[in-house]
Design a protein around this ligand. Sequence first.
Ligand code: GLU
Length: 282
Amino acid sequence: MPVTTRFAPSPTGLLHLGHAHAALMAWSAARRAGGRFLLRVEDIDGTRCRAEYGAAIIEDLAWLGLDWDGEVRVQSRHMAEYRAALDRLAARGLLYPCFCTRADIAREVAAAGQAPHGPDGPLYPGTCRRLPPGMRAARMAAGEPYALRLDMAAALALAPADLSCEEMGEGRLRCEPAQFGDAVLARKEVPASYHLCVTHDDALQGVTLVTRGEDLKPATHLHRLLQVLLGWPEPRYAHHRLLTDAAGRRLAKREGAPSLRALREAGRSPAEVRALAGFATS
Ligand code: GLU
């Protein structure tokens, strides 16, 4: 089967060299193999994402010399599809509403005297999982905002004990989704989450090789669990190193990494910018 890869940036700012590196990793993996390369704009968080950055992503990648197959998928246009996936999990009793604020969780964690952390932050102490059903229904009926959390223990009971993923160059790695605790799959302000949407779309779009930065490698543990629970196919993964600046800090807009646009305006050619992103062509 030909490989299908994707680049899936969030339009929270202009692309910088770190993004160019990630995009070129995915694009070259597909093109080398005569496969497909998809572009997806992950913009479900309306508080952080802006449409003009989505447009800039498309323009900057085209300037860089990348081409993609088919339409660009814009996640915010597909909220009903994510809702349907959540409904499938809810129908199996795997989700529960969580009314806690960050402050509530911090207080509970402090009171427990220990603060285990997962890849997404402090582990949720399970307060709302233990709410009596009547109380839960009353709070929902009163219009109190809530997130939807995965009941991790219930989910793990439905997954194979030896859950694993295929990391290119490393072989099969054991997955430990329990490290996320009861992960949020729909937020209070956004009725979905990164973890849900990314696994949904990779399955829907037939992505066979997920290439992305190594900062997202831990997320794969949870993504594999969601794939099993929702009956979605398993892609292979290739997590790449992140580009760093001269001081060894990973490139980030807030650390002053120059945008592709600024490099272009400073007179750099696409070939020069590709070389700066680690893709020199001889
Ligand atoms: N949208 C995510 C980000 O910009 C990346 C998603 C992924 O590649 O899995 O960090």
